[in-house]
Each structure stands twice: as C-alpha cells, then as structure tokens.
Write a new protein. Structure first.
Length: 192
C-alpha cells in the first residue's frame, strides 16, 4: 500500500513539474513577443494577444516534434503580420502567418495524422474566411507549411523564401534580421 501511494505521489510530482516547466516556457515566449512588439512599436490588440497565447503551446509542441527552434515561428509571425490577425495578399492569405487556402489544403492532406495528434480533427475549410475564423488551426497549419518547405529544401533560408512563394532575397534577409534580434532578446529575457 505504501509503495502504491509513493508511486502515485511520484507520478503526481512529475506531472506537476511538467506543467510548471511548460507554463514557464509559455511565459518566456509570451514575454518575448510582448517585449518585441513594444520595442518595435507594434500594437497588439487584446483579441490578437489572446490568439497568440492560444498559439504558443502548439508552437512549442510542433517545435519539439520537428526539432525546430520556436523563435523561427515567432520571426515568421512578426515578418508576415507584425502580430496582427489580418487578411493579406488581396484577401487570399489569412492570419498571423498569411496562410493561403492552397497551402492549407496541402498541409491538411500531408500532415493529417500529426494534426490529429494535436487535436485538430475538423479540418474542413473552403474559403479564406474559413481560415480567418479559426486562428489556432490556421496558424498551426502554417507552421506545418513552413516545416514542409524546410524538409523539401533542407535549408531554412530556402524554406523561408518558398514559404513566401517567391524568390525574394530581401524578404529572407529581413526574416533573418528579425530572427537574430528575437534571439538576442530571448537571451536577455532568460539571462542565458
């Protein structure tokens, strides 16, 4: 009986430790985004902030799944929308990461199993508006789209260029400038 109780207490301790660590990481990335937005004079609306807070745990989980640094996803969000949930590309792209319908369909078919593992089962969308009303799903789809471009090319610079849809060196350079600045800020926040 004592062994069972001790085992249960150990499991409870491990679960609580995982929750505390996950919360700490979420808070670090929330602070990174908030600080970066303030430093760059980017206003984040309350609705967009709440959307970003929902995205962060999934961003971290996907980053772990594919051994990709989460700051890459944050740099993508900043590059594409300055942390705003918007329509772009004449209304054909949506959200923090400016996902198009075509890219969403491609990712949906290619990564359906991974999306299901993350709890995304209803992946039916037909218009940019369908993507617009589902910020979490849309952003997660875009993270997988970037991963796919990275897997295809084996090179982050090429993946960023392909994510944007055009070969644009200026876009890629700007992305890496953002990425480096975010990284520096991350080290300041975490004091590493």
């Amino acid at each position: 009986m004592v062994k069972i109780r001790n085992s249960i207490l150990l499991i409870l301790f491990i679960v609580l430790s995982i929750i505390v660590v996950a919360t700490e990481y979420n808070n670090i990335y929330e602070e990174l985004i908030a600080t970066r937005a303030v430093n760059n004079h980017n206003y984040i609306s309350q609705n967009d902030w709440e959307r970003l807070q929902l995205v962060i745990p999934y961003m971290l989980e996907i980053a772990v799944m594919y051994n990709i640094e989460p700051i890459i996803f944050i740099a993508l969000i900043e590059q594409e929308s300055s942390y705003k949930w918007i329509y772009g590309d004449s209304g054909n792209s949506v959200g923090f990461t400016q996902l198009s319908i075509e890219a969403g369909w491609y990712v949906k078919s290619k990564y359906e199993e991974e999306l299901n593992e993350l709890g995304f089962y209803n992946l039916d969308f037909h218009t940019p508006y369908d993507l617009y009303i589902t910020p979490l799903r849309t952003t997660v789809l875009s993270f997988f789209y970037l991963i796919e471009k990275y897997v295809e090319s084996g090179n982050l610079a090429t993946a960023i260029s392909k994510y944007n849809g055009i070969n644009n060196d200026e876009y890629v350079i700007k992305f890496f400038e953002r990425y480096c600045e975010l990284h520096e800020l991350y080290f300041q926040i975490t004091k590493y």
